[in-house]
Design a protein around this ligand. Structure first.
Ligand SMILES: Nc1nc2c(ncn2[C@@H]2O[C@H](COP(=O)(O)OP(=O)(O)OP(=O)(O)O)[C@@H](O)[C@H]2O)c(=O)[nH]1
Length: 169
């Protein structure tokens, strides 16, 4: 799926959100941990396997979900995990209400790098941003294989120490 759709970005609040609560979420994590795959899975309901094509820059997709009777428009931004795009993606952290921080459970360095990601998040995102740590690639076949480290992670901001202590050593 092509997430590079600058034509669909209208700036500011974006498309008509009159009857929605807008919620901006950003997917972050090392290159190859499965951010784009997770977003495509969430958007289209299926895992699309294929050769790895690294995201260039940043793009977003919208999805409306109903939570406790309230329609919420999720605007989910998919960022490139590669270092060379960091300066581009940092600029988007500020507006985010939530950050989904992914690592690949089959790749230790992607977990080791979580500390560095949290340092960047604390530098560029709002202080009260909600951070959810997700271990991806739990299933070899891909589909729906991301697992949160805690089911209550989205209930409120959590600290670096809390997040790291939730990962089994
Ligand atoms: N086995 C398995 N493979 C996965 C899973 N999720 C993604 N992959 C594969 O991992 C590779 C990288 O996935 P992407 O979604 O492109 O990774 P990314 O984090 O968006 O990478 P960047 O765009 O470079 O930041 C692809 O070959 C995917 O098919 C999963 O849950 N299980």
């Amino acid at each position: 799926m092509d997430l590079q759709r600058p034509d669909s970005y209208q700036g500011g609040a974006g498309p008509d959100f009159n009857d929605h609560v807008l919620h901006k979420t950003i997917l972050v994590g090392d290159s190859g941990v499965g951010k784009t795959s997770l977003l495509v899975q969430f958007d289209q309901g299926k895992f699309i396997p294929g050769s790895f094509s690294a995201t260039v820059g940043i793009g977003f997709t919208n999805k409306v979900v109903t939570v406790d009777g309230v329609r919420v428009k999720l605007q989910i931004w998919d960022t490139a995990g590669q270092e060379r795009f960091r300066s581009v993606t940092h600029a988007y952290y500020r507006d985010a209400q939530a950050l989904l921080l992914l690592y690949d459970i089959t790749n230790k360095s992607s977990f080791d790098n979580i500390r560095a990601w949290l340092t960047e998040i604390h530098e560029y995102a709002q202080r009260d941003v909600v951070i959810m740590l997700l271990g991806n690639k739990v299933s070899g076949s891909g589909a729906g294989s991301a697992q949160p480290c805690t089911s209550s992670a989205l209930a409120g901001p959590i600290t670096t120490q809390e997040q790291l202590s939730r990962h089994p050593s």
